[in-house]
Design a protein. Structure first.
Length: 155
């Protein structure tokens, strides 16, 4: 069975995008209190970037309801070994599929749509933070682990 075609997200989809993002973190083990803390700042961030085009999203619907989504944040980034000819990079985020719709190729179809759009925009280097659940999908579609580390500086 072919996965349904994704559609571009608009500012009218802000509630859906934010709900899917919250679901990602809850499924990954974040507490409801932690998710509640970033809910409103995340909503403001997405609204601003959806409006100015720095965030592009795609949603897949079933029976009129968004059951999967993905986002691309366009970043101004210093050229480097993996993308020497451009000062842009894309951060893939908000990859989510409703549990009842998993295993049907929706995430793969969304990722291919995102990659095609990035290519059209001249963004030839993409990064993402993989959950354990998503890692297999990314590895099967030629994504490679990098040496990225992180440090959280508390306010």
């Amino acid at each position: 069975m072919t996965a349904p075609a994704p559609r571009p997200a608009t500012i009218r989809d802000l509630d859906v995008i934010c709900a899917q993002r919250e679901a990602i973190f809850l499924e990954s083990g974040s507490s409801p209190e932690t998710v509640a803390r970033f809910s409103e700042p995340s909503r403001e961030w997405h609204a601003e970037r959806l409006a100015d085009g720095r965030y592009r999203g795609w949603l897949t619907e079933a029976d009129g309801e968004a059951v999967a989504g993905v986002g691309l944040h366009l970043l101004d980034w210093a050229p480097g070994p993996s993308h020497a000819d451009t000062d842009r990079r894309g951060l893939v985020l908000n990859v989510w599929v409703d549990p009842a719709h998993r295993g049907r190729g929706l995430a793969k179809r969304l990722m291919l749509e995102l990659q095609a759009e990035a290519h059209r925009l001249g963004v030839f280097f993409l990064v993402l933070h993989a959950t354990d659940a998503g890692r297999r999908l990314y590895e099967r579609t030629n994504w490679r682990a990098t040496n990225e580390m992180s440090l959280s500086l508390t306010p």
